[in-house]
Design a protein around this ligand. Sequence first.
Ligand code: ZN
Ligand code: FE
Length: 255
Amino acid sequence: MPLQIVTVPCLSDNYAYLVHDPASDETALVDAPESGPILQALAKRGWRLDQVLLTHHHHDHVEGLPAILAAHPARVTGAAADAHRLPPLDQEVAEDDHVSIGAERGRVIAVPGHTVGHIAFHFPDSGLAFTADSLMALGCGRLFEGTPEQMWDSLSKLAALPADTLVCSGHEYTLNNARWAMSVDPGNAALSERAERVRDARAEGRATVPSTLSEELATNPFLRAADADLKAAMDMKEAAPVEVFAALRRSKDAF
Ligand code: ZN
Ligand code: FE
């Protein structure tokens, strides 16, 4: 039985995810931006929270944790590399370590770039990847700590997951990301079509995440830094993908 996911909007533009295994009745939470909406989403379904998986240390991903743990004494997993600045962890993990929800195993993928200790969680049997502020819908996280090389390497690992993977990212930034993406990749028909769907979804107050990896591969400029058409649009035909990625990141920062 595949894992069920509930997307929980938090704060002004964050998303947390509840991941529920119907077979074992176990529930995990990915990131804890704010306690209220998360506790409500659990109560509404009568779920008890067993564990919390943290992607990175930024306050908008961990701030709700104390109040959530007060209501549900769950075990907390986060990156060993950032244990010193994450909330207290019960389990410290690194690349290729495993986490489990019920009988389903997830793999930890190190995705430095936004922060040096950022991790993602991939659950292959259910086709889910929790990417928070690494790979985002039509975007990627800002490089607060890492280098373009690190983020390009991180995104390349995520891009290599099965194309039907659902990408569960951490923010509702997609409308702005779409406007920027159209400015750097104007000839991409799949992108214009997606941008229109994103506008409709936001006009109706619907979330634009999760997205599928296949649509990110076709439309997210940051995953297309090696694509000949995008390189031509950037006037960087001869450049290495990582240089194109770095130029795209600079362009988005200035947008
Ligand atoms: Zn962050
Ligand atoms: Fe964030």
